[in-house]
Design a protein around this ligand. Structure first.
Ligand code: F6P
Length: 522
């Protein structure tokens, strides 16, 4: 089936109709006018309960948003993604993170070849290896060395699932090329009881190779060269580079170019997570993702949570001009979720060129940020409530904690609900302008029963598909990341210039002066 050309959404009559909708009523009036609003703007997907009644949407606007989604071909492109078509056209690749959680026996073909048996072969190898590590009393610490998608996914999920982790094994994540990161991590460790997982799709990423080399030197200094094969494994698509680094291919877990880095936590990139929570829980994590995949595939747009939330996001960015979005989990274990989403969303949809090479005529991905509540309340919520910028918020909360302190949890949840209420409805303060809360600030509430491997998987897949829906509407490629290249190239150029003789003079005057300052002070 030939690919449809991307739609320039801004030229469609559906988009024009959306822009022509009346300015929405304030939230207070919307609730006053519709006593059933709190029931009608609520949807469930698997174990996620989503209340978007405190956004400004009404039935007419939602219908207009879904018309835009249809005009953009969201359903058609979704089906093409799941079917393994090369929708990542700038890199000529399929986009098949969904195949990573396809049950055994499902058929997903890339270039006529079913990839699901390969996926399960790697998962089985991972499980056998993980069982050995979890049973091996000599290993107490696992260090994942990776960056971006080879760090944030497993780091976020391992923290989110701290309640499920193996009692003996501590998992550490080293990502930054700043030597402080590897130094702090290695300082507390014993080489004899440490396993390193070097995670890199390309195995050429300078941060990861530098950190892995430092870790290997540290290990070899204590235990000799022979110890490398027992203490290092690799996760990569690049067997050649893994071997060149000195890790035996027998100790490598592979994945495929149709898995994007920021979409890779369900692949072998999740090895350190699987070590932490065990193969069975990792299977539940994948099943959670799969449950949302099925919801996204099978649910009519009117109740399709990634579509609804994706389109609301488009509306706030493009119609309301909200250029940032906060994700505020009221769950300490989800502390890294906003950082994870920053890469997922901003590396995917931070684009200004459409798939056909033309400029985007709409605003695209917002700046995503956040911190867990209640900490954020004592830091930046002042601006959320009374600042001049309106920031749509996604709140995330759980009914039952993974700790025994019920009173803490009731306090936490009372704050969660109170913040959404205060943002939406504000407070009158006649004659006291500083105490006045205008309210009318939108938020979406995502609730689930508990943080479990399954529900964490569900949250991840939900946001993956939201990003997909939005990228499709904007007509951009959410699966490449050319925008990270230039900085890497320039860093390679500058590195030798920090020490070369004679001192170079090859850049703009500001960069030359900075290099010169560093040379004088290093
Ligand atoms: O620099 C961006 C990036 O390419 C991300 O997309 C990716 O997740 C990260 O670097 C790490 O890449 P790799 O897994 O190849 O080391």
């Amino acid at each position: 089936m030939p690919a449809d050309p991307p739609t320039d959404i801004s030229t469609t009559r559906e988009w024009v109709a959306l822009l022509g909708r009346p300015v929405p009523q304030p939230l207070k009036l919307l609730f006053d006018a519709d006593p059933e609003r709190a029931e009608r703007y609520v949807v469930d997907a698997a174990d996620l309960h989503v209340d978007f009644s405190k956004t400004h949407v009404d039935d007419g606007t939602m219908a207009a948003l879904l018309d835009v989604a249809r005009a953009a071909g969201v359903e058609r492109r979704r089906d093409r993604m799941f079917a393994g078509e090369p929708i990542n056209t700038t890199e000529g690749r399929a986009v098949l993170h969904t195949a990573l959680r396809a049950p055994r026996g499902t058929v997903v073909e890339v270039d006529g070849c079913d990839v699901v048996p390969d996926v399960h072969e790697v998962l089985d190898r991972m499980a056998a290896f993980v069982d050995d590590i979890r049973a091996d009393e000599r290993i107490t610490d696992v260090v994942n060395i990776g960056i971006g998608g080879s760090d944030l996914g497993p780091a976020m999920a391992t923290k989110a699932l701290a309640a499920y982790t193996h009692p003996r094994l501590r998992t550490h994540f080293v990502s930054n090329v700043d030597g402080a990161d590897v130094h702090r991590t290695l300082s507390g460790l014993d080489p004899a009881s440490t396993l390193f997982v070097v995670a890199s799709k390309t195995f050429t990423t300078v941060e990861t190779i530098t950190n892995a080399t430092t870790a290997r030197d540290w290990l070899v200094a204590a235990l000799g060269d022979a110890a490398v094969s027992d203490h290092f494994v690799a996760v990569s698509t690049n067997a050649e580079q893994v071997e060149a680094f000195g890790i035996d291919i027998a100790n490598m877990f592979g994945f495929w170019d149709w898995v994007g880095g920021r979409y890779s936590v369900g692949s072998a990139i999740g090895l350190s997570l699987m070590i932490a929570i065990g193969p069975e829980a990792f299977g539940e994590f994948l099943a959670g993702m799969r449950a949302i995949d099925e919801h996204f595939l099978d649910t009519p747009l009117e109740a399709n949570v990634p579509v609804l939330l994706g389109m609301l996001g488009v509306w706030y960015v493009d119609v309301h001009g909200c250029s940032t979005k906060a994700v505020l989990p009221y769950a300490e274990e989800l502390a890294r979720f906003p950082a994870y989403l920053q890469q997922l969303d901003m590396e995917s949809n931070g684009k200004s060129v459409r798939l056909d090479g033309g400029p985007v005529d709409t605003a695209t991905g917002p700046v995503v940020w956040g911190e867990p509540g209640t900490n954020g309340q004592h830091a930046f919520y002042q601006l959320l409530h009374q600042g001049t910028t309106v920031v749509p918020v996604d709140f995330i909360g759980v009914a039952r904690p993974n700790h025994p302190y019920q009173h803490h949890h009731d306090l936490l949840i009372s704050n969660l609900f109170a913040q959404a209420e205060a943002l939406a409805f504000g407070r009158e303060a006649p004659d006291e302008p500083h105490r006045f809360f205008a309210g009318d600030r939108p938020s979406t509430m995502i609730l689930t029963d508990r943080l479990t491997p399954s529900t964490v998987g569900q949250l991840i897949a939900l946001y993956e598909h939201i990003v997909f829906v939005q990228g499709t509407v904007w007509g951009i490629n959410s699966f490449d990341q050319w925008g990270v290249e230039l900085g890497k190239e320039l860093a390679n150029r500058i590195l030798p210039e920090l020490t070369d003789t004679p001192a170079p003079d090859r850049h703009d005057s500001s960069t030359n002066a900075l290099i010169s300052w560093y040379r004088d002070h290093r």
